[in-house]
Ligand binder design. Sequence first.
Ligand code: ZN
Length: 372
Amino acid sequence: MKLMIKQAISLVLFSLSIGIGAQDLERKIEFPDIDGFLSLKCDFHIHTVFSDGLVWPTIRIDEAVKDGLDAIALTEHIEYQPWKDDIKHEDRNRSYQIASKAAKPHDLIVIHGTEITRDLPPGHANALFVTDVNEIMHEDLLQSYRNARAQGAFIFWNHPNWNAQQKDAIPVISDIHQQLISEDLLHGIEVVNDMTFSEEALQLSIDHNLTVMGTSDIHGLVDYQYDLANGGHRPICLVFAKERSAESIKEALFAGRTVTWFENILAGKEEHLRALIIAALDFEVKGYIGDSEVLQLEIQNHSDARFLMRNISPYDFYANTDIIEILPKSKLTLQVLSTRADKTQVPLQFEILNAIKAYKSPLKIDVSLLEN
Ligand code: ZN
């Protein structure tokens, strides 16, 4: 009897600690590092009450810490300040100052940013790594960009597909954009913004050598907007950086080493997307089933993405169609009818349907299975 009670108590304690821990762990976004670089989880487009957002900057720190992010930028609109009579702030750096102070006890990088907010073209743009937002405020559009750039800013075009500005939601590079690009005043483009994904913007990033960006542009609460209680997540930008520092993130953004994750879509330039998939998915040959010619293959997903793959090789499977789904952080065993293979290898090829490398173009991967 004594033993049973003791066991019962320890079981209760155990489940309590697991309960709290598991909830926090589940929420934290996880992607593996890629070959040679850290995969830093970032959100570079966030609002607070210091422009038209609905929360104090400290809440943004709490949300980001809960999401397990490495870096965020609060990007208040320069030209749109609907609460300025309620919350006075002559100094446009206040939001950053409050946030960076609140981030001190946490392992979170806060990057100083702002949003240059104009009609289309050129539309809205975020400037990151600025030093003084007050100096960026300028009536002349180009001067505003130039002042940001003079502070060393990385500047990207926000929601180029926004149907409030672009009725058909198909982004177009205008003469002004062309000029900004040629004057080194525009370096990236949002392929993902809040609840939207633009394949056309992804193609523009390739055609105009712009860095692929994906952001939340959150105004309310991350928990509500992305239904975190039911397993949702905010859009993030994965930045492949040499070190975990603002300076290193800046270098990576200018070098274009990013992939964005939105709902179940991963989008980026082929080189970076491929590096991420190689790091996220492990393929391991487990040998034949008995003395048959059915080869067992274990696929392990180390990431929070749910992969949807289509077999485009001639091989068939023992228990699957050509469409294979691999859940986040899980393993899947695939049984390959390898009769048609030569004796040295089974060259499988998949299209990863949720990993998009260009307009209407999913990433293809080759998995050559060596039979031992
Ligand atoms: Zn915004």
